[in-house]
Design a protein around this ligand. Structure first.
Ligand code: ZN
Length: 234
């Protein structure tokens, strides 16, 4: 009886280890080197994020040894993509795209808008650190977008909400009453914001424009559905 109990205990302990070991050997767990980053085409970088969201959606994230990745990236990082996302607690880019240590740069701000600091960060991510894609990731039911729709005035939020004026300007009378309870209208503004923010990057940054024109970097806009976990590309 004791022997059997011990055996069962050992087996139970060994299984998770075996599972982790298998994933640790997965190519998904290999940290990005400068060579691997350079060999990743911009379209491939987007494809990696698509595949990662598919794993997230289907409950099959890759299980890697994160401390091993910490050690492997301690002296150098070569992330393959940069993501501009919202601060919303339900939209963490690394989880939504099933990425790990050293894989992606992330800039997060309410409503995934950009300013000089974030554009500078994206210039660093791409021109200096070699990332091959920039993704502006919006999401539905975004509090920042709702606040912009309602024209909220509160502290520094008032200034933040000015970033969404171009997206609000896409609204037409046929979109209905401008009110955050108008779900379709809020979604339209959120999508317009992600799309317009992505489109603004080459216009606001000569560095990013040059990289895009040379085919070195691809810019994409996407929306995350907080009710399903799915990312839809715009
Ligand atoms: Zn948000």
């Amino acid at each position: 009886m004791i022997t059997r109990r011990l055996f069962c205990g050992c087996l139970a302990a060994a299984l998770p280890f075996a599972s982790t070991a298998v994933h640790a050997q997965s190519s998904e767990c290999a940290v990005f080197t400068p060579e691997r980053q350079k060999a990743t085409a911009p379209d491939e970088a987007i494809a990696r994020l698509r595949a990662g969201n598919e794993r997230f959606m289907t409950g099959k994230p890759v299980n890697c040894d994160l401390i091993a990745q910490v050690k492997q990236t301690a002296s150098n990082q070569s992330p393959f993509a940069a993501i501009v996302g919202c601060i919303d607690s339900r939209v963490p880019p690394e989880l939504v795209f099933d990425q790990r240590i050293g894989d992606v740069f992330c800039a997060r701000v309410a409503g995934n808008c950009v300013n000089t600091d974030i554009i500078g960060s994206l210039e660093y991510s791409t021109r200096v650190a070699g990332a091959r894609a920039i993704v502006v990731l919006g999401h539905n039911f975004c509090g920042a977008i709702k606040s912009a729709v309602d024209d909220v005035k509160l502290g520094n939020i008032t200034a933040l909400l000015k970033n969404f004026r171009p997206a609000l300007a896409t609204l037409k009378p046929s979109d209905g009453h401008r009110d955050s309870h108008n779900v379709a209208l809020v979604q339209k503004v959120a999508e317009a914001n992600a799309r317009l923010t992505a489109a603004s990057l080459p216009k606001r940054s000569r560095i990013i424009r040059a990289l895009v024109d040379a085919g070195e970097v691809k810019i994409a806009a996407a929306m995350h559905d907080i009710t399903t976990g799915q990312v839809t590309w715009l």
